[in-house]
Design a protein around this ligand. Structure first.
Ligand SMILES: Cc1cc2nc3c(=O)[nH]c(=O)nc-3n(C[C@H](O)[C@H](O)[C@H](O)COP(=O)(O)OP(=O)(O)OC[C@H]3O[C@@H](n4cnc5c(N)ncnc54)[C@H](O)[C@@H]3O)c2cc1C
Length: 361
């Protein structure tokens, strides 16, 4: 690297942040700020709950792919035009800033702690006869699918407050998913919420808003996670947040009105389904544009990002999946072939320059 190499700070070590940091590490002084020491393939966490060993491949220390960058394990709490302040009180100077704080997830700091968490969740599933899943979005549905396939003898009840499952994709996909879950003997209760304070360890009975009682030995809360943008509300970017708390970006993925601050991934206001494969595309566009600016090239040379089409695949255990394509929905083993066996884990690992199957995993 040359002596005048610019400082790029990436905030958020999720799908988007890890890839942009990895992509720029040999052309800039890259600092990655993340409250945890590792990157995690978020959508593979449900598989790791039924098969903890899977987590060995999906929980990756930032150090393993960011071999030529600095990792700061802390949350960013403020930014100025030139610096980022972390919760630990460290000030980090930047020439270019990339914000990728997607969603908040209260996960532990170290990889070992996270893997232990999977072991504990797995024990919780194994030792329960009956399991309650609260939330019928992608997390609740994928967890129900994993448990139904790996532990078919468990009695699973899924309660969702909406009128249909998977509200982020079309109603046909939701109906097909409901039929699939029922075929696996999962009881689905829609338009109800669960009062989690209503049960006691002795009774194992949960009350719903419709006055129903559900017997379950344990529960998993799978409701949506908040956006990771609350920390920006008192910063120089407070006026760049839309009503949903998303950062407004231009077609080059710079925060609107900012010269050297980019935002990528789920935190942006890009009008598209929030998906990891799109967050990865954002990362590559942002990396390219940071390089163009660092090289002093014309702004007009910057790559533009066009919103992705409405495509999503929700896995249903190890073999099946339901997929939302632009004009249709498909359920069964064909979309399952694309996602459900490996959950794109090998693909994501390779993108980070790692072996799809590490020798020790
Ligand atoms: C059940 C489920 C299944 C899914 N399946 C798929 C799929 O099959 N394919 C697909 O493409 N997408 C899928 N997705 C969507 C995908 O997970 C997200 O779109 C993707 O994770 C977004 O990436 P991101 O980097 O923007 O945010 P995230 O992955 O949410 O990462 C945000 C990062 O920011 C960090 N952070 C937060 N606040 C701060 C702060 N103040 N300072 C520093 N760091 C901070 C967090 O620690 C985290 O590392 C699925 C999602 C779910 C829930």
């Amino acid at each position: 690297m040359e002596g005048n190499t610019r400082r790029v700070v990436v905030i958020g070590g999720g799908v988007a942040g890890s890839l942009v940091a990895k992509s720029l590490q040999f052309t800039a002084h890259v600092t990655l700020i993340d409250p945890k020491e590792y990157f995690e393939i978020t959508w593979a966490s449900l598989r790791a709950m039924v098969e903890p060993y899977f987590g060995e491949r999906t929980v990756i220390n930032h150090r393993d792919y960011l071999v030529n960058g600095r990792v700061v394990t802390s949350a960013a709490i403020n930014i100025t035009d030139t610096e980022v302040l972390t919760a630990e009180g460290i000030l980090i100077v930047y020439d270019y800033l990339v914000i990728a704080t997607g969603h908040m997830d209260p996960v532990p700091k170290t990889r070992t702690e996270r893997l232990n968490e999977y072991q504990a969740e797995n024990q919780k599933i194994k030792s329960a006869q009956s399991i309650l899943i609260v939330g019928g979005g992608p997390t609740g549905v994928e967890l129900a699918g994993e448990i139904a396939v790996d532990f078919p003898d468990k009695k699973v009840t899924l309660v969702h407050k909406g009128s249909r499952l998977l509200e982020f994709i079309g109603p046909k996909a939701a109906d097909k998913t409901l039929d699939w879950l029922k075929s696996k003997k999962i009881e689905v209760k829609l338009e109800q919420s669960v009062n989690l304070n209503s049960n006691s360890d002795e009774s194992n009975i949960y009350q719903t808003s419709a006055g129903e009682s559900i017997k379950a030995d344990c529960h998993f809360l799978c409701t949506g996670k908040p956006l990771g943008s609350a920390w920006l509300k008192d910063t120089i970017l407070k006026n760049s947040l839309d009503n949903h708390g998303r950062l407004m970006v231009d077609e080059n993925l710079r925060v609107k009105g900012q010269r050297n601050i980019f935002a990528i991934g789920d935190i942006t206001d890009i009008p598209e389904t929030k998906q990891g494969y799109l967050a990865q595309k954002h990362a590559l566009v942002a990396a390219k544009n940071v390089k163009i600016l660092m090289d002093g090239d014309r702004v007009s040379k910057m790559a533009t990002y066009r919103p992705g089409s409405a495509m999503a695949i929700v896995s249903l255990g190890r073999r099946d999946a339901v997929s939302q394509l632009p004009f249709t929905t498909i359920i069964g083993c064909i979309p399952g072939l694309i996602k459900s066996r490996d959950l794109f884990v090998g693909k994501v690992r390779k993108q980070l320059g790692l072996e799809a199957h590490p020798v020790h995993a």
